[in-house]
Design a protein. Structure first.
Length: 353
């Protein structure tokens, strides 16, 4: 006799021997029926493509070039009004030959001619840019696209690492319990007893600045909430009938943890991960504002917002709007897509098609 095990909500094998529909196939079918989820997925994929193109240098590779005049306004506003300044006459001094006391005096005329030639051949800078320019004349649109690569990479990488840490530790603590669970609970209490901002600042001093450093810092701080939820879910599922049945037919511990239980708690993990991505992007803004985020040679949404603070005093709002717009679109789309994916994977919804 052959025993057939099914996780909660999965379709039983038919009498004709047809293989039941898998969890992920059924979830993809439900996700395709969700219009909001598919539109959000398209927006997220657009940002992913933008990040890849920026990383390989197809877009925003010249974001550091001063292509416009300082604080060039957006094209829709037109060029800024020019302020006429009166020239201050400089009185001419006596025509004195100083070559006897200055050996470089014969070169002065040559250098002046070269400087004049450079000014005449210099490429003129644009008076307007599509999304405006910063105080140095750099294109804000290119900075926003390059900043997308940095901020989203930090948020996603940090969230993935934190999710991996929280899921593994939560699964171990919830499934085994005993001394393993007690040790992990002690570790959890140590991390949660210190405010997040203090932990982040402490790790920032240790690891220094940089994209990878920021992602690691955020992951080391952000795993605790996910650990607590995953531990509770594994405690609940580890004593259920389908896990006991898997154990009775000889399923290994790893198989019961990650093949049977994990798919049934994946919706909890995805929701928490989406919150981590959003939260980590915000923390990157804070760290960059305080000078502890990405390096000085990098740009992110955080550095753009930090620069925009001083520009707002002069009425130059376009860098703030560009960074906020890119951030809001990505965060909203990512959150909606994760909600749709959670609903598609929710065990309570399986079998209701």
């Amino acid at each position: 006799m052959t025993a057939v095990l099914n996780s909660p909500g999965s379709a039983p094998a038919s009498a004709t021997g047809h293989r039941p529909e898998g969890v992920w196939r059924a979830a993809w079918k439900r996700l395709r029926a969700d219009r909001v989820g598919m539109v959000s997925l398209a927006v997220v994929l657009f940002f992913v493509v933008l990040i890849v193109l920026s990383a390989v240098g197809f877009v925003a590779k010249d974001w550091q070039m001063e292509v416009g005049v300082p604080s060039a306004p957006p094209t829709v506003m037109g060029p800024a009004d020019k302020v006429e300044t009166a020239a201050i006459p400089v009185p001419e001094g006596p025509n004195v030959d100083i070559s006897a006391v200055d050996p470089l005096a014969p070169r002065y005329q040559e250098w002046e001619e070269r400087a004049l030639q450079y000014k005449t051949t210099e490429v003129p800078k644009a008076e307007t840019l599509p999304f405006g320019g910063d105080r140095l004349g750099r294109d804000v649109l290119e900075k926003a696209m390059k900043g997308t690569q940095t901020s989203v990479f930090v948020g996603l990488l940090g969230a993935l690492v934190a999710t991996l840490i929280g899921t593994v530790l939560g699964a171990l603590g919830g499934f085994f319990g005993g001394k393993v669970g007690d040790f992990l609970e002690w570790l959890y209490n140590v991390f949660t007893s210190i405010p997040d901002i203090l932990l982040i600042l402490s790790f920032a001093v240790i690891f220094g600045r940089g994209i990878g450093s920021v992602a690691i810092i955020l992951a080391l701080v952000g795993w605790t909430g996910l650990y607590r939820q995953v531990r509770a879910e594994f405690l609940k599922h580890s004593v259920r009938e389908y896990v006991r049945a898997a154990e009775a037919v000889g399923a290994s511990t790893a198989s019961r943890m990650f093949r049977h239980i994990l798919p049934n708690v994946s919706h909890v993990i995805l929701v928490r991960m989406s919150l981590l991505v959003v939260g980590f992007i915000k923390f990157e803004v804070i760290l960059s504002y305080l000078g502890l985020g990405v390096g000085v040679d990098d740009v992110s949404w955080g550095t753009m917002l930090a620069e925009a603070q001083s520009e707002l005093i002069l009425g130059h709002w376009w860098q703030l709007v560009a960074a906020t717009l890119f951030m809001a679109v990505f965060v909203t789309a990512f959150s909606l897509f994760t909600d749709a994916l959670r609903d598609a994977l929710d065990p309570k919804l399986r079998g209701l098609e």
